[in-house]
Design a protein around this ligand. Structure first.
Ligand code: NOJ
Length: 550
């Protein structure tokens, strides 16, 4: 059946980090066949679309976000036949599959880059950003640390990398390069995938002056973001990208778009926007001043969180559509980030879940979030795999923090927190693999796993409310309006559609909070803490969330 326009508004998207989802071939690394094995689990949960993080051929310096061949599959994960089989099997379960599109940069092992390096006069040199000179052209710091410039061996020349030195940036000013990317994207879409999550897409346009800025760290460098992220002129590239690819298919496109102001949201997700929806990081990154400087921690408050959430939802509603999330493979676990340790429980995991799940937009669930997983505490920097964790540790020490403090920042923010193997049961290695996994399991896995998990049951209930209940329409397409005059700790919003309205209240604090409702509860649709309520007087436990009709 032909999909309706904007079908993606009604989806529930489940993010899979393939390396950590399920190992089928006994090497301690998750793979495509492992995903196929777990399709019944995903169907049982009730999600409707899968987003699979990069599975393409890659040296795995950044776990697949360093692609060596866009149209070949990393043998660690399987083969192209496995991809075809996954697409066919998923279809049987009525599950759609989205892939990750990483087109700001490639791996240094991509053939284009290899040719560019080998021959100065190769046309591929202009597929990347090379600048001649004895010194690096400016003082920009890359997201994963150090200068964005790497010297070309045996030449007085540098190439630019916004991320790791093994992730050279593509030169979007080059028309042939863009055309090659569009052809690749169209081939994937023709293969029958549902669409893409689009990586780091706001970085594709660089300020062409390549000018230095005042240093912002003891390394004498400055974050490259001001000069490389969401810069004027990007609109031409993004319009062209959409026109040449996505517009030709009824697909979903989810932009990873940090650095876009609320005023600019209409250009990104409006009627003629570049994408179906974008991730907004304003409240996800509330615990740090910037997602890439983990030692710059904030003392955020519930009121600030509430304000950011309101602003974000208002901007998305005003502009178009949003992708709602509290976790992903770059973020710590939400329970560890938002909830004080003594209150971290299955109930509060569900409370957090219900707080964001009923917002207006498409909900995303990151693997393990539906189990109430928490961060993995590590005792030494040698236990981390993630390049960004290693860099943040070194940078914190350079900035004057002790090793202990540096380790604490990394433990709080490391991307390895959410990349631990999925705990399917309490057996050795959690049923993820029968071999030692590439990254250690969380300590909690004997208790927090997919067997008899109450958070899972709660997520299943939330999903069925949104997808198959009398209130589905309100949850899927209703407008959102935040409720004023509530106690500071309470986040309250109404979802309003032609067919009715609902109210969500969440106590986003570690104190009980009591307040009076305007009208008595008519129906309690969801309660993270399984309590009974009557009348208009209400008391919410720490991190309790309810969804009601008046
Ligand atoms: C954002 C991805 O989510 C992250 O995992 C990756 O390291 C960078 N982009 C670079 O591709």
């Amino acid at each position: 059946m032909e999909k309706e326009k904007n079908w993606w508004k009604k989806e529930i998207i489940y993010q899979i980090y393939p390396k950590s989802f399920k190992d089928s071939n006994h090497d301690g690394i998750g793979d495509l066949k492992g995903i196929i094995e777990k399709l019944p689990y995903l169907k049982e949960l009730g999600v409707t679309t899968l987003w699979i993080c990069p599975i393409f051929s890659s040296p795995m310096v950044d776990n697949g976000y360093d692609i060596a061949d866009f149209e070949d599959i990393n043998p660690q994960f399987g083969t192209m036949e496995d991809v075809d089989f996954l697409l066919a099997e998923a279809k049987k379960f009525d599950l759609k599959v989205m892939l990750d599109l990483v087109i700001n940069h490639t791996s240094d092992e991509h053939v284009w880059f290899q040719k560019a390096l080998a021959d100065k006069d190769s046309p591929y040199r202009d597929y990347y950003i090379f600048k001649e000179g004895k010194e690096p052209p400016n003082n920009w710091r890359s997201i994963f640390g150090g200068s964005v410039w790497e010297k070309v061996p045996n030449e007085e020349c540098y190439y630019l990398h916004v991320f790791d030195k093994r992730q050279p940036d593509l030169n979007w000013e080059n028309r042939e390069m863009r055309q090659e990317l569009y052809a690749m994207i169209n081939r994937w879409l023709e293969k029958g995938i549902a669409g893409f999550r689009i990586d780091s897409i706001t970085f594709i346009k660089k300020d062409q002056d390549y000018g230095s800025l005042p240093a912002d760290g003891v390394d004498g460098l400055v974050s490259c973001k001001e000069k490389t992220r969401n810069r004027p002129g990007i609109e031409n590239f993004l319009h062209e990208l959409r026109r040449e690819t996505f517009d030709k298919h009824n697909c979903v496109t989810v932009g990873e778009a940090p650095g876009v102001s609320y005023e600019e949201f209409p250009t990104y997700v409006g009627e003629d926007g570049y994408f179906s929806m974008i991730f907004d990081f304003h409240y996800a990154d509330i615990d740090v001043e910037s997602g890439s400087d983990w030692f710059k921690r904030t003392n955020w408050t519930t009121v600030e969180f509430k304000d950011l959430l309101m602003q974000s939802q208002a901007a998305l509603q005003n502009a178009g559509w949003g992708a709602n999330f509290i976790e992903n493979h770059d973020q710590p676990r939400a329970l560890s980030k938002f909830v004080a340790q003594e209150f971290q429980s299955a109930d509060s995991a569900l409370g957090l879940g219900a707080m964001y799940f009923f917002l207006r937009g498409t909900p995303f669930i990151y693997q393990g979030q539906e189990l109430g997983m928490v961060n993995a505490e590590r005792t030494s920097i040698s236990q981390f795999d993630d390049i960004s964790s290693i860099d943040n540790y070194a940078r914190s020490i350079k900035e004057g923090f002790s090793e202990k403090e540096a380790l604490r920042f990394v433990n709080q923010r490391s991307r390895d927190n959410s990349r631990t193997p999925m705990p399917w049961n309490d057996s050795q290695y959690g049923g993820f693999s029968d071999q030692k996994p590439w990254l250690s399991m969380t300590e909690e896995y004997p208790k927090v796993n997919a067997i008899g998990n109450s958070v899972f049951k709660g997520y299943k209930k939330m999903i069925s409310l949104r997808q198959q209940s009398v209130i589905s329409d309100i949850l899927q397409v209703g407008d959102i309006a935040f409720i004023d005059n509530l106690p500071e700790a309470v986040i309250g919003y109404r979802r309003i559609a032609k067919t009715g309205s609902l109210i969500s209240y969440t106590n986003f604090s570690s104190e009980k909070v009591a307040f009076e409702l305007e009208k008595p509860i008519n129906e309690l649709h969801f309660d993270s803490h399984n309590q009974t309520f009557s009348g208009t007087k209400i008391e919410l436990l720490p991190y309790q969330s309810i969804l009601i009709s008046e």
